[in-house]
Design a protein around this ligand. Sequence first.
Ligand SMILES: Nc1ncnc2c1ncn2[C@@H]1O[C@H](COP(=O)(O)OP(=O)(O)OP(=O)(O)O)[C@@H](O)[C@H]1O
Length: 800
Amino acid sequence: MMNISYVVLSRLVHTNLGLIVRHSKVKLYSTLSFRICHKSSAIRNSLHYACRGLSGISDGEQNIPGEDTQDNSEDTKTNGSEKSSEKKDTKTNGSEKSSQIVENVNEDIAKTTKGSKITKLLPEKTALPNESDIGLETTKVKRTRTSKKIATDTKEEEKKEKKVRKKKDSLMDIEDFSGLDENVKNLLETHKLKRIVGHTCVIINCLKCSVVKKPVVSDAIYVNKTTGYFTCFTCKKHGPLTALQENFETLIKTKVAKKNFVCFNDKDTYDIYDWTEVDVKAQEALGKGEQLKKFKSEEFRQIEELLGFENIQKSTLEKQNITYDRERHALLIPYRSPDGVLIDCKCLTPYFDEDGEFNGLSYSFTNGSGQSSLFGWRKEDEEKKQLILTKTEKDALVLQQTTSDYSVLSLPRESNLPQEVLPYLEKFETVILWFGDDMQSWEYTIKFARKLGEKRCLVFRPGDECTTPHEILKRNLSIAHTLSKAKPMKNDHLTSFEDLRTEVKAQIAQQELVSGVQWRRFVQFNNVLKGLRPGELTVMSGRTGSGKTTFMSEYSLDLCMQGVNTLWGSFEVNNTRLAKTMLIQYAKKKLSPENLNEFDYYADEFQKLPMHFMTFFGQNDIKKVIDTMAHAVYIHDTQHIIVDNLQFMMGSDMDVTDKFSKQNLVYAAFRRFASAHNVHLTLVIHPRKENEDTELTTASIFGSAKATQEADNVILLQTSKTKRGGKKYIQVTKNRFDGELGNISLKFDPEDLTLSNAGKKEKKSSGKKISDKKTIYTEFEDFSDEYEDEEEEKQKEFIM
Ligand SMILES: Nc1ncnc2c1ncn2[C@@H]1O[C@H](COP(=O)(O)OP(=O)(O)OP(=O)(O)O)[C@@H](O)[C@H]1O
């Protein structure tokens, strides 16, 4: 085995994955708890099925370069004997064989011309050699030849076939690598690993455990094609690619016998997790509930009603070991690893509106926003090849109760499909995404189908009248009938109005959902921008020091608190300072050394938000930034990205003309990203240097007109001079969604750094409306200037 080069290693160390930090509790296991588990037959079985289930891949058909010598010789022997018997056959049974050859060739012609897979390992998109290359023209002529002639030509044909196979193999080698992350590619190339390319992962052998030549066995490692995140099916360890790469390197260099080598010994360096031990906290949390069998029918009916679980039988919940906490009126739902190890507990409680009416369920996880699995794994589903993925546990339970042909799982949070579970979903040939027929469900459907591999996904489109499984059950409609209406997720670039029709109808019918996620703190934005919509680009500008970051921080926090998966790229302000501002805005109170005891409470709550930060600072390459954003979208299903700010990201080491043209390229890249990934991107850009006394306009934004042309929305943080100082407000100068423009008032509170005024009594409001009908601007007395110095002092005071 060769040693990894420095270049490869440094590239791996700088993997994009490492550039994303999760603002959440990281669970690290002690060295002692890190153990290699035995290959139980259950695991072997599940792996066997996991691997066998890969579409287009079967156990016996791997012909991959880089096999070890022993394996090769075995193969050669087998091939050799097969060939000699083939020749013998040809001699003894010439005509029969000849027609068979012609048939086989014809089959190949049909396959080649249709563009379908030639070998099972050959991915569908593989560029096939042209017909003359593989001798198809010759073979067509052969049809008219006599059997004797064919027998004589067999040798030549075999030679040709061999040549073609060789060519195909080299093509396959290239194509197998297509779409793979560079670092994953390097891993495969460096170690000449045998591999199978699955829907979401590349499956390879572990260099330590591997005793057989094919990776379709119990010691396979699944490496995510996009992120490189790996899962070892033998020891159940999972973590970043860098850890796997380093582990292989150490293993190669070690003088210890392979069987005594301890994998990931320095695991504390990386975020290595395993799913081999029951999580004690989750077990305790689950234990707070009583088993459902203790509840009499009438009592259970009341629970059902309280939580909106009507028509779901007690036995269905019992099978998943769900318990009920009488005190909190909460259902306690165990979250297990795919092998049944308890790793988290979800607490579902009902919430009611002001009139005491049931208004939905709220939830929390014992392990906060740490890694989570899917709900609903069942031992009896091990051999099933069809999966239905639902949004909620309630829907998963309904389908487990009413169907038998499917494995049914649900997402931990409606908007998140954890990458840790993807290897366990490889075995499914078909995945039906049943989230509902509204616009938001469609947004999730698109996102998750991409993640799972669109070709195997069946989906419901908005307006398909599929609603949710629980609704179907309550209305006494047929679940099977609805399931039969799921259609393949198309993956081509053409569509017709017929295909778009239901979507257009749903957009008209569901105006509210199409408008996007609504603000709760900045409610005035709902009147102007209507909401935060996926796939849009917002450009935000304001003068130096006017409060852009402070505003963007609260603006994004507001949405994140409603479950919008958010990613921050702060190129000017460091992440600690930004997180501090955001935490204070979240707590809506000043946090200082005097009340440091409250820090943990707010920090714990804040940590549960789906908020991530990129670790870039200062000038950075746009490609690196875009790659990291793409990784975040894949891993965390990011919906809103904030880049603050463009000038800092691009740096200042270029002249103005260069700057303009580079900036145009950057805009275009961001625009494409927002559309391609269906995320909302907010880009903060400084204005040109202009007279401080005049208000900013769209034309004040630095760069050419491209920025505002590319943007769907343009918002400006304005400061208007008054007798008492400056008044801050947001002016919406472009809104592609419905053209509504207007101003949104802000009021800075130096105590909690908020600008939203949410939930506070206005000190004084003139209620005076600016004449323009489209303007919804209420003047507030502004104290910000008075507070500026004081606030600076306070900021210094606050030490985290
Ligand atoms: N409306 C406001 N009134 C007074 N002070 C404010 C206001 N908004 C923010 N601040 C304070 O002003 C300082 C600068 O704010 P911030 O960093 O958000 O400005 P910025 O526009 O992003 O700056 P830059 O142009 O350097 O990027 C911070 O200390 C912040 O707390």
